[in-house]
Design a protein around this ligand. Structure first.
Ligand code: TXA
Ligand code: MG
Length: 348
């Protein structure tokens, strides 16, 4: 069988959810909205279907997938054992953007979790994701619905831009709410935050006072702390430099670097807060504001589409952005910017 030539985008109403569920049951892949980012889903119990996810994304098979469920009944099928600490977190944060790493049952093909004895599980809060999982009647394995290592999709159009021609259907549920992926928590030993996301470390610490935060800055010189933690990830196709430091110093550094690049004839893009944008007056630079620095949920929600917007004309040669304090949602925003910048951060 060849690859589907045509990718349809359908509004996520009842009939198209039913169509998508039929595709999932037939061993196909379908893109769907969650409250974090769009996912590319397949029947988590069907290794051949899951293999199509890796093929469509160009994702290496050592990068495990997250299994999505709609009801707690499905958890026993996926996780061999649910520790007490997990039960408390499930009660507090599901349905929602929290992925738990738990011991895997034999029902989950090893391809789903890249051969690991564990599996990532989450219950998405998005009504379309829940309806799709229920209609399919199986847990759905789904990574973000982007080409491997590209910026995650927060709209159906983003998915289309990356995967047109490689998947049959995208359910369009509008722009996603959080805009960054789920928080990933490993509960197999001392609780470790593997990826900051929609649920903050501060929220988790209320339940897990000894929570450790894993710095995800793997490079070739270091062993992988956990799979799928490549430094260059979520990357736009434009080189990005990140500036971190005291807010006014960062603003000055952004202005100085932009002016120097512009003077050298380079095209410059700036990814700023509303407060930065009000202070930086560079008519020849391409400026995108993410929102007020005091409103991190809005900044997170806009981050990926802002990064993707710089891939459309008028193109720039350099993208400059500010970093964010590593508190609350700022930890996830900073992490994704670090990855988009492939580690190119300057402390000012
Ligand atoms: O918000 C989200 O989590 C989105 C939506 C679609 O649910 N999904 C998502 O999936 O971000 P993905 O594939 O882009 O990221 C999955 C990551 C892997 O790269 C890996 O770092 C981690 O989850 N992961 C999955 N299973 C794991 C396991 N058994 N042990 C350690 N890490 C795991
Ligand atoms: Mg991803």
């Amino acid at each position: 069988m060849g690859e589907p030539a045509l990718t349809r985008i359908l509004p996520a109403d009842q009939p198209s959810i039913a169509q998508a569920a039929a595709l999932i049951r037939a061993g196909e892949v379908v893109a769907f909205p969650t409250e974090t980012v769009y996912g590319l889903g397949a029947n988590a119990l069907d290794a051949a279907a899951v293999a199509k996810i890796f093929a469509a994304k160009g994702r290496p098979s050592n990068d495990p997938l997250i299994v999505h469920i709609a009801d707690l009944d499905q958890l026993a099928l996926i996780a061999k054992h649910v520790p007490d600490s997990a039960a408390v977190l499930i009660e507090a944060f599901w349905a929602g953007p929290l992925t738990l790493i738990l011991p895997r049952t034999a029902a989950i093909p090893s391809l789903v979790s890249a051969g690991l004895p564990t599996v990532g599980v989450r219950m998405p809060a998005h009504p379309v994701a829940q309806a799709l999982i229920r209609a399919a009647g199986v847990p759905i394995a789904a990574p973000s619905a982007n080409r491997f290592a590209h910026t995650s999709p927060t709209t159906a159009q983003h998915v289309y831009d990356d995967l047109n021609g490689t998947i049959p259907l995208i359910l369009d549920g509008g722009a996603t709410h959080y805009g960054v992926e789920s928080t990933i928590l490993d509960l197999s030993g001392t609780p470790r935050l593997l990826r900051p996301g929609g649920i903050t470390a501060e929220e988790l610490r209320f339940w897990l006072p000894d929570l450790q935060i894993v710095e995800r800055h793997n490079d070739d010189a270091q062993p992988m702390i956990a799979p799928g933690m490549l430094l260059k990830h979520y990357a736009p196709t434009v080189p990005l430099t990140l500036f971190e430091g005291e807010p006014s110093a960062v603003r000055q550094a952004l202005r100085d670097r932009a002016e120097a690049l512009l003077a050298a004839g380079q095209r410059v893009g700036l990814l700023l807060t509303a407060e930065d944008a009000a202070e930086i007056d560079l008519p020849t630079a391409r400026i995108v504001s993410l929102g007020s620095q005091s409103d991190l949920p809005t900044i997170a929600r806009h981050l990926y589409s802002a990064l993707r917007s710089f891939e459309q004309p008028p193109l720039v040669d350099h993208l400059l952005a500010r970093s964010f304090p590593a508190q609350g949602l700022g930890l996830a925003i900073r992490d994704r910017l670090m990855r988009a910048a492939a580690g190119h951060m300057e402390i000012v």
